[in-house]
Design a protein around this ligand. Structure first.
Ligand SMILES: Nc1ncnc2c1ncn2[C@@H]1O[C@H](COP(=O)(O)OP(=O)(O)OP(=O)(O)O)[C@@H](O)[C@H]1O
Ligand SMILES: [Mg+2]
Length: 244
């Protein structure tokens, strides 16, 4: 279980996250949605331990997230919204490198790597350097890299953006399979019909605050996109006033 307790984050004087508290239970699939600049990436970076919050704590199965703690690190999978590292590697080299780093047994790593490249239609590109790949192909590489070590807590920042519909479908099936095997996922996305169909819970973040949460059943027959637009427009009617 991931516990977010009173997390705030400031960039200089700007308060990007304001006292957030919620949990992601085992096997839960949470969709984090919000307008540009709402704080989603900031929050996901904190949950992954690469950004220290200015206030508050994040616990994964009772252990504080942050710093280099192999016990915590190995449970986490993270897909950033933009992949800017490992550009000299090919996708195959990256997955082999990560498998070795996470001590995934060789035969299991090979089976998983072959499976992911096949399902994500990457076989023709797996040996090219990442920097030469298309945007969607980079996203799929980052997705494969985030799950190669079978994390129990997967953090995905805009996984579907720029990915073609066939690969989006494969990614969705892989995510659903992970969740049915007990993995928890928190995912940000602007593609709200995908979020509504795949997630079990939705959190709307607006100006660094949780504006509303829904369980899937709460929206039976109602579109998440319509709810989102109506709520966010209402909340932000007063322009940029951050002080309320
Ligand atoms: N390194 C930084 N330094 C200063 N301000 C930052 C930094 N990173 C983000 N911010 C600010 O924090 C706020 C939240 O940014 P964040 O990237 O978390 O939003 P987001 O919800 O992920 O947006 P998007 O939907 O566009 O990806 C924005 O106002 C942004 O300008
Ligand atoms: Mg973002």
């Amino acid at each position: 279980m991931l516990e977010i307790k009173n997390v705030s984050h400031k960039y200089g004087k700007f308060l990007a996250l304001k006292d957030l508290s919620f949990t992601v239970g085992d096997g839960e699939f949470v969709g984090l949605i919000g307008p540009n600049g709402a704080g989603k990436t900031t929050l996901l970076n904190i949950l992954n331990g690469i950004l220290a919050p200015t206030q508050g704590t994040v616990l994964l199965d009772g252990d504080t997230v942050g710093g280099f703690k192999p016990k915590v690190r190995f449970k986490l999978g993270y897909m950033p919204s933009e992949m800017s590292t490992y550009e000299m590697f090919s996708p195959l080299e990256l997955l082999n490198f990560l498998s070795a780093m996470y001590s995934v047994p060789e035969d299991e790593a090979k089976e998983k790597t072959d499976f992911l490249f096949e399902k994500l239609e990457m076989n023709d590109w797996k040996n090219k350097s990442i920097k030469k790949l298309s945007t969607g192909m980079k996203k799929k590489t980052a997705f494969a890299a985030s799950i190669i070590h079978s994390p129990s807590m997967l953090i995905l920042d805009e996984p579907f953006e720029s990915v073609d519909p066939i690969s989006q479908h494969s990614m969705r099936l892989i995510m659903e399979d992970l969740v049915s095997n007990g993995c928890s996922i928190i995912m940000s996305s602007h593609i709200l019909d995908q979020v509504q169909s795949v997630c079990s819970r939705y959190i709307i973040l607006n100006k660094g605050e949780i504006a509303k949460e829904y369980n899937k059943a709460d929206l039976d027959g109602t579109s998440l996109e319509n709810e989102f637009i109506e709520l966010v427009e209402k909340l932000n009617l007063n322009g940029n006033s951050d002080e309320e």
